[in-house]
Design a protein around this ligand. Structure first.
Ligand SMILES: [Zn+2]
Ligand SMILES: [Zn+2]
Length: 207
């Protein structure tokens, strides 16, 4: 994995790594996406719900995005779409503006030769020369990629009239008629004359 040392030395990058638990390309992509988006939107880290983020993947990158933007799972301004895409939307409630960043296809592209060498390095008869060549190719590709700066990673779509998701709902809690546990009122389901929680509803369907 090639990540420039100058980037790894940044305190905010280190915060992301501390939260995520390990250094990886995924968390680095999330870091770059969040930094770029906040620069484009001229926004600071969200204290409350000023900023929202919609991620279209649940991969490592999401952790850096939560740390840097302050859009978090817990605050309800971090939305997840299960699309399996390295695409991230950031939007500001104050300006109503948003950007959607999509990781460029070329970031995924590994040259044929490097792919062959990557297979070779896992084989026991791989020579030192082959290993070296592979490492060199891998690193060169990384150097070229990072040399373009964070904008080199993403295609940027500007969303000038973005319909922001609603603010995180707040509601009172009521007891479920079956288990008696307290449930946020808006999450209770109707079953006959009863108001029951989704846990009990699922259990009912499994019987
Ligand atoms: Zn990771
Ligand atoms: Zn229940």
């Amino acid at each position: 994995m090639y990540i420039p040392e100058s980037l790894q030395a940044r305190p905010d990058y280190q915060q992301c790594i501390a939260f995520h638990g390990h250094t990886c390309m995924g968390v680095t992509i999330g870091y770059l996406a969040a930094r770029l988006a906040m620069e484009l939107l001229a926004e600071m880290r969200a204290v409350d719900e000023e900023l929202i983020t919609i991620v279209e993947t649940d991969a490592c990158c999401c952790d850096a995005i939560q740390v840097l933007t302050g859009c978090t799972f817990g605050k309800g301004n971090f939305f997840y779409l299960d699309y399996g895409k390295m695409a991230f939307t950031f939007a500001s409630r104050a300006s109503g503006k948003g950007v959607r960043l999509v990781l460029k296809p070329e970031v995924f592209a590994v040259p044929e030769k490097e792919q062959q060498l990557a297979k070779r390095v896992s084989q026991p008869d791989c020579s030192t020369a082959e290993k070296k060549e592979y490492e060199q190719m891998y690193e060169n590709r990384g150097v070229q990629l990072f040399a373009k700066g964070q904008a080199g990673f993403f295609d940027v779509q500007y969303l000038d009239h973005f319909k922001l998701p609603d603010r995180a709902p707040r509601a009172a809690s009521k007891a479920c008629d079956i288990c008696g546990e307290m449930v946020m009122e808006t999450k209770l389901e109707t079953a006959g004359n009863h108001k029951i929680c989704r846990g009990c509803l699922t259990a009912e369907h499994q019987v």
